[in-house]
Write a protein that binds this ligand. Structure first.
Ligand code: GLA
Length: 417
């Protein structure tokens, strides 16, 4: 019996390892910062030198990431999005950074970011142009992969604009091969399924073999309706997408917009909690030079980050919708469970949710230990399947809990047989 279980587990581990993109990266959801949602395609450095897409922006973010505890909390990648290049390739056909906005060039910027103990990400596109109209990589995959490797880039976000959808898969696979050929470990962030969904259900096995994470759905905006639409899409496709997530490859619901303008603090807690339940890459798009202390504390909350980075590496999913509450659960290592209770009722005040209504609460048989992480950290003590505990959740807020089963060894043994 035990041998059979062991062999099964071994086969499980081995098959997972061969399925995932084998570049040794993204064994846990990627953490970092990405410019797009907050800074978009602002190239006007004359009028807006502080916020335009320029080497200064990434250098300043890298500085703050080290000084203000972001790096220590686990945020590691500083990522450039669209609008960095010059509109023309150089005489050798290589991409080049806009010389006015990146006078030192990308290699120097990478050196700077590396000197801070951080990593640098860059952006390109599988098609003829990037979404904002800069040169795309179609016809230049090997050249561009080599350029990025020569610059010591650590992550590539590869967009899918201006590409015949029937060629998308081939394009993403070819770029993966080109990156591999450079011999440099470059984390590969794709948007392949997002661009394929309008035409057919993407092949998530192939995507997982090719990419370290992949966008499935529309761009995040700085609004609660955007966050809700991403959660709804994810829950309604969870049977298709959740099984493909695991160490080495993750579903990417897009950036964290915490610390910007559009979300209330409760909604920011909801984004943080649910992105963590979804085992999502935690790529913030905000202005770390100017962020309110509460948002900073939330983004750096070590209990939440520990759930995000849990070594089991399983994505959670929505398990119940009751009375305008949504219950989301994520299995954690050592048989623990993370539970998020989202209050979807946007009228009235805080509402109570009876915790034993959570489908996974059965792990509290015979007993479990409960810790509340959001909205406040609280040890909730030992509970049973009959627990009367009620968690109170603000409108559009989320309660986040972890549950650790306490099984007497004897009872556990009885259950195996
Ligand atoms: C697409 C992507 C975004 C961003 C922009 C840049 O919309 O989905 O994340 O990269 O392009 O133009």
């Amino acid at each position: 019996m035990y041998i059979a279980v062991f062999l099964l587990a071994l086969v499980g581990v081995m098959s997972r390892a061969t399925e995932a993109l084998d570049n040794g990266l993204a064994l846990k959801p990627t953490m970092g910062w990405l410019h797009w949602e907050r800074f978009m395609c602002n190239t006007d450095c004359e009028r807006d030198p502080n916020n335009c897409i320029s080497e200064r922006l990434y250098m300043q973010m890298a500085d703050v990431m080290v000084k203000e505890g972001w790096k220590e909390a686990g945020y590691e990648y500083v990522c450039i999005d669209d609008c960095w290049p010059s509109h023309q390739r150089d005489a050798q056909g290589r991409l080049q950074a806009d010389p006015k906005r990146f006078p030192g060039g990308i290699k120097k910027l990478a050196d700077y970011v590396h000197s801070k103990g951080l990593k640098l990400g860059i952006y390109a596109d599988v098609g003829k142009n990037t979404c904002a109209g800069y040169p795309g990589s179609l016809g230049y995959y090997e050249t561009d992969a080599q350029t990025f490797a020569d610059w010591d880039i650590d992550l590539l976000k590869f967009d899918g604009c201006y590409m015949d959808w029937t060629l998308l898969g081939k394009g993403y696979v070819n770029m993966a091969e080109a990156l591999n050929k450079t011999g440099r470990s470059i984390l590969y962030s794709c948007e392949w399924p997002l661009y394929e969904w309008p035409f057919q259900q993407p092949n998530y096995t192939a995507i997982r073999e090719t990419c370290n994470h992949w966008r499935n759905f529309a761009d995040v905006y700085d609004s609660w309706s955007s966050i809700k639409s991403i959660l709804d899409w994810t829950a309604s496709h969870q049977d298709i997408i959740v099984p493909s997530a695991g160490p080495g490859g993750w579903n990417d619901p897009d950036m964290l917009v915490i610390g910007n303008f559009g979300l209330s603090h409760d909604q920011q807690e909801s984004q943080m909690a649910l992105w963590t339940i979804m085992a999502a890459p935690l790529l913030m798009s905000n202005d770390l030079r100017d962020i309110c202390p509460r948002s900073k504390e939330l983004l750096q909350n070590r209990h939440i980050i520990a759930i995000s980075q849990d070594p089991l590496g399983k994505q959670g999913y929505r398990t119940a919708k009751v009375d305008s509450f949504e219950v989301w659960e994520r299995p954690l290592s050592k048989n623990r469970l993370a539970i998020a209770i989202l209050n979807k009722q946007e009228i009235g005040g805080p509402r109570g949710f009876v915790i034993r209504a959570v489908p996974g609460w059965k792990i509290c048989d015979p007993q479990c230990n409960v810790t509340q992480i959001l909205p406040q950290y609280k040890e909730m003590g030992v509970h049973t399947p009959q627990s009367k505990m009620v968690v109170t959740v603000n409108p559009s807020g989320t309660a986040l809990l972890t549950v650790t089963p306490i099984s007497s060894g004897f009872k556990a043994l009885n259950k195996v047989h």
